[in-house]
Design a protein around this ligand. Sequence first.
Ligand code: SF4
Ligand code: SF4
Length: 290
Amino acid sequence: MKTNEESTGTQGSEDDEGCGCGTESSDVDNGGCSCGCGGDYPDEFVVNNPSEPKTMADEDFIEKLEKYAHSIGITSIGYTKVPPELINEGNSILFPNAIVLTMEMDDDLIITDPGAEAQALNDAHYEKLGNMTYQIADYLRENGFAAESAHPYGGVVRFTPLAQEAGLGWVGQSGLLITPVSGPRQKVSAVFTSIENLPIKTDDEHSWITEYCNRCGKCIKACPENALIETETCCGGKETEFVEERCIGCSEGCTYCIEDCPFDEKDYTDIKNRFERMNAKLAQNKNKTT
Ligand code: SF4
Ligand code: SF4
């Protein structure tokens, strides 16, 4: 059995802007459906936005918000300003301040072969995270802040690169978000809010994954539809093109590219430590030969 999360929820896009000559990194364009496979998902709010919403939240409130989010089933929470280029064409958002949410996918979806059953499980995952997203938006409103939900199956923004911006993980060659907590298996949604002072992290601690992916490529081999295509760049590097029309993540609940990703089997920190040791050894060997 095999997949892709946000295609089942994620993928890079086929927009290819090239490597920019000068880098050797292979890179999926962090776009794609992610999943935003489409559809209009109006906010099913219960509470109205306050007419004069608060814009500043103290640490206690953020702590309470995170506790509430985890209590209803959210796995990870990150914060970012929304880069305008991540808003899909023809869409707009009420606030540039994003609370990005992930929900880990269950084994039942991962182990079910693509088809009607897997798709039903996939849809159920989206619905579950969508409902949690609405609940979190209402929680904000009840506490005096304005909020707008972005359903994980809707196409308002590109969720995986947004989650990367929020410091939750990194977009791998599969186009899937890879996080320390859930590897490549999560759905992503967001709530846009009037809170101007969200605790945004600015480091790129997961950026090493790009280099790791360059040496791995398992998701490309795992894809039964040739939706992930590795190409050479003009300066000798590698890029992965995601051909959205071929991907059956959204239509059949395929998850093969999740299942075969090393981050789905092994611990993030172990992989990172081993990768760093390997790089140190390679550097040592190189020094010996020069
Ligand atoms: S079709 Fe390929 S890219 Fe799409 S979910 Fe399946 S394995 Fe991943
Ligand atoms: S399978 Fe390998 S190349 Fe693909 S996303 Fe996972 S780590 Fe990266």
